[in-house]
Design a protein around this ligand. Structure first.
Ligand code: GLY
Length: 335
């Protein structure tokens, strides 16, 4: 059920939003969450602006792949976003290392792990997919490839990120903050991570997905999370649907989370039930760990039905189609 109206927010911008009456909002939020297509959904509140950008491609009849790449570039470029892209917090040695992956309707995929000095890892991931015989490039090799492809090499560590890192160095204590994505500007809550995962179905009914993050703030140098790993942070099967994840990537990797969600949908589960089962696997394997971390899954099936589920309360996702631009709907949670 998605009819907890107190959580529903609409962007102030846009005439179509103003036109949505309260009753329409309530109906839109009532399951089954079927929206048809084109449609784009993405993780967290910052998915609202990302969806808006993706929608510009989808409403013109463009390809879902182009939509998701354009969409997630918005948080990647946001200088106030310290969990994705160029203003992401660095690792414990002061390096800003980014992870991203992308997957299209043909099962093509590309990814970069721990790439440095490049502000838009999602576009490098797409270049890996389209211009190399490989799926994944990491570290210096990924940066070298990006530069060869014409991406600008630049220092990503912002003064604000550097200040936060130096503050963290005083204690060098890593303690995950649940749902940091929605709290990251609050004092004392800047020491964590998360991810935008985006899934879209275009007017032709084809699916694509993208996932990008700066990963855990102050992680060990070289740490790579779930976000660039196909099957963990993202998976798309054009016959079935797509899934993406957010939260502590190690637990997602252990359970090959997004692939699991898609396979469960293949067996007939709804997107929300599939996400719920994937969360339950994480909790079952490591109940003590799960109490203190957040992991959320977001999924869409071939019909445009979508759903989400997270370990902890507070996970949000954004939905955008012709009728309900920027509707923000809570994911359900175990706790
Ligand atoms: N889910 C993002 C990460 O763990 O890096």
């Amino acid at each position: 059920m998605y009819n907890r109206r107190k959580f529903i927010k609409l962007s102030a911008a846009g005439a179509s939003l103003a036109a949505l009456s309260a009753s329409k909002i309530a109906r839109a939020a009532t399951p089954p969450a079927t929206a048809g297509f084109p449609i784009v959904i993405s993780t967290w509140d910052f998915g609202i602006v990302a969806n808006k950008e993706a929608w510009k491609t989808l409403e013109k009849g463009g390809r879902a792949l182009d939509a998701v790449e354009a969409g997630v570039r918005i948080p990647e470029a946001d200088m106030n976003n310290h969990t994705v892209g160029r203003a992401g917090y660095p690792d414990r040695d002061g390096h800003v290392t980014l992870d991203a992956c992308i997957m299209d309707e043909f099962g093509n995929c590309g990814s970069v792990g721990a790439i440095e000095y490049i502000a838009h890892p999602i576009s490098v991931a797409r270049a890996v997919m389209e211009k190399t015989p490989h799926v994944m490039l990491v570290g210096d090799g990924a940066t070298q490839f990006a530069v060869e492809q014409g991406f600008k090499k630049e220092k990503l560590l912002t003064p604000e990120s550097e200040k936060a890192w130096k503050e963290w160095l005083k204690t060098a204590k890593y303690s995950p903050v649940i749902n940091i994505e929605n709290k990251q500007h609050a004092p004392g809550n800047q020491y964590n991570h998360d991810t935008i995962g985006m899934l879209a179905i275009d007017a032709k009914g084809n699916l694509s997905g993208a996932c990008t993050t700066s990963g855990m703030a102050f992680k060990l140098h070289g740490r790579v999370g779930d976000s660039p790993i196909i099957g963990a942070g993202l998976y798309v099967d054009n016959e079935v649907g797509g899934a993406t994840s957010t939260g502590v990537g190690e637990e997602v990797i252990r359970n090959v989370g997004s692939f699991l969600v898609v396979e469960l949908m293949r067996q007939g589960m709804s997107p929300e039930d599939a996400c719920k089962e994937a969360v339950h696997r994480i909790i079952k394997k490591k109940p003590d760990t799960a109490k203190n971390i957040q992991v959320g899954f977001l999924a869409i099936n071939k019909k445009g039905e979508y759903g989400a589920y997270a370990i902890q309360k507070g996970f949000s996702f954004a939905v955008c189609n012709a009728e309900k631009q920027d509707l923000l709907i809570p994911g359900k949670s175990f706790y």
